[in-house]
Design a protein around this ligand. Structure first.
Ligand SMILES: [Zn+2]
Length: 362
């Protein structure tokens, strides 16, 4: 048993979660069974995360009823993940094809290889409509120039010329993490009950990390595949992006978490996309919500005097924000600031240089 204690504020300790598996699968084709007919695999990821958890559930093909795998999440597009899937299908998953490919949400580490798997096995992509459509629209930015709206957005956040130049040079990276997307999909809706391998799995949608993120909950097995909606040791990225500068994803996020707590009982084993499977869903949700609320309180105090977005990082993040983290920190800080504005607690004023200043309402 291991318990995460890292990176918490001393006055806001992490709840005690339990992790029933001491021996996770190795990244690549290795497999562990987490419940009858439900397998856990890890696909390679660059960067600090290292891997993404994906899941294979025993299922039957729609045509002919042959035994097959329903896959949930697919890994980042590219040859490393392709090799890992090949190893899995030559090893622990051998002997069955793929019935369908579920994707929790549109981020490249989740949907990246959906096109590869659906084409290789002649299977359909099952995903919510907003995730599919948003993914296609973001992928279409690859190869485009950074739009003026985006430059204005980051300038307003207080970025200097160097940071803006780097953004411009890197723009359009989203599509590079994707194998060619499937051209059609089967729509998942909140509340859908889907039979997979003879058991019912319920779709529970959340929003804030991505627009229409699907979790899958199986009451019979007491399992919840949580994607990035609930992670045991990482607070999921909730950001405002240049496409919707006035958006309030943090309110969506907090509302979603509370709703999930009401829809999914506490006794599930949570299968997250990062870190390890864990027990303690409700305590984790409470901790995530209170962590954001505390961040909002610190932020509100700080903006008693007017501040730019780039002036507020230190009250929301306990680490140095370098160029690589600047976009993420800006998006998350804006999510908190826009939430304060939506609650009527703060105002935003643009100065003559096009930079926004935030201040608490008196
Ligand atoms: Zn994600």
């Amino acid at each position: 048993m291991r318990d995460g204690v890292e990176q918490s504020y001393p006055d806001h300790p992490r709840p005690k979660l339990t992790y029933p598996f001491d021996d996770p699968p190795k990244v690549g084709g290795d497999v562990r069974e987490v419940a009858p007919g439900v397998k856990w695999l890890r696909m390679p990821l660059g960067g600090a995360l290292g891997f993404i958890n994906v899941w294979a559930i025993e299922d039957f093909c729609e045509n002919g009823g042959d035994a097959a795998w329903a896959i949930v999440d697919t890994g980042m597009g590219g040859t490393a993940t392709r090799d890992a899937w090949r190893a899995a299908f030559q090893g622990a998953l051998a002997g069955r094809g793929v019935s369908r490919v579920f994707v929790t949400h549109m981020h490249p580490d989740h949907i990246g290889m959906a096109g590869y798997l659906t084409r290789k096995f002649d299977a359909k992509l099952w995903i919510t409509r907003l995730e599919f459509v948003t993914c296609r629209s973001l992928a279409a930015d690859t190869g485009r120039e950074a739009p003026a709206d985006a430059m204005r957005f980051f300038k307003a956040a207080g970025w200097d010329e160097d940071a803006l130049d780097i953004y411009k040079a890197r723009f359009g990276g989203f599509g590079r993490g994707l194998h060619a997307l499937p051209d059609s999909f089967h729509r998942l809706n909140d509340g859908d009950e889907i039979e997979i391998g003879g058991r019912i799995w319920r779709v529970v949608v959340g929003s804030g990390h991505s627009p229409e993120h699907a979790c899958l909950y199986c009451p019979e097995l007491k399992l919840m595949i949580s994607g990035d909606q609930v992670l045991p040791k990482i607070s999921s990225n909730v950001s405002v992006f240049p496409t919707e500068p006035d958006g309030d994803p943090l309110t969506d996020w907090l509302t979603s978490l509370a709703r999930i707590k009401g829809k999914i009982p506490d006794d599930v084993l949570v299968l997250p996309a990062h870190n390890d499977p864990f027990h303690g869903l409700h305590a984790r949700i409470d901790h995530l919500i209170s962590g954001h609320e505390r961040g909002l309180e610190r932020l509100l105090k700080l903006i008693a005097e007017p501040k730019r977005v780039t002036d507020v990082f230190h009250v929301l993040f306990r680490r140095v924000i370098d160029q690589n983290l600047l976009g993420l920190a800006t998006g998350e800080s804006l999510a908190h600031l826009n939430c304060l504005i939506a609650r009527g607690q703060a105002t935003r004023t643009r100065d003559a240089n096009g930079v926004d200043w935030y201040q608490a309402r008196a």
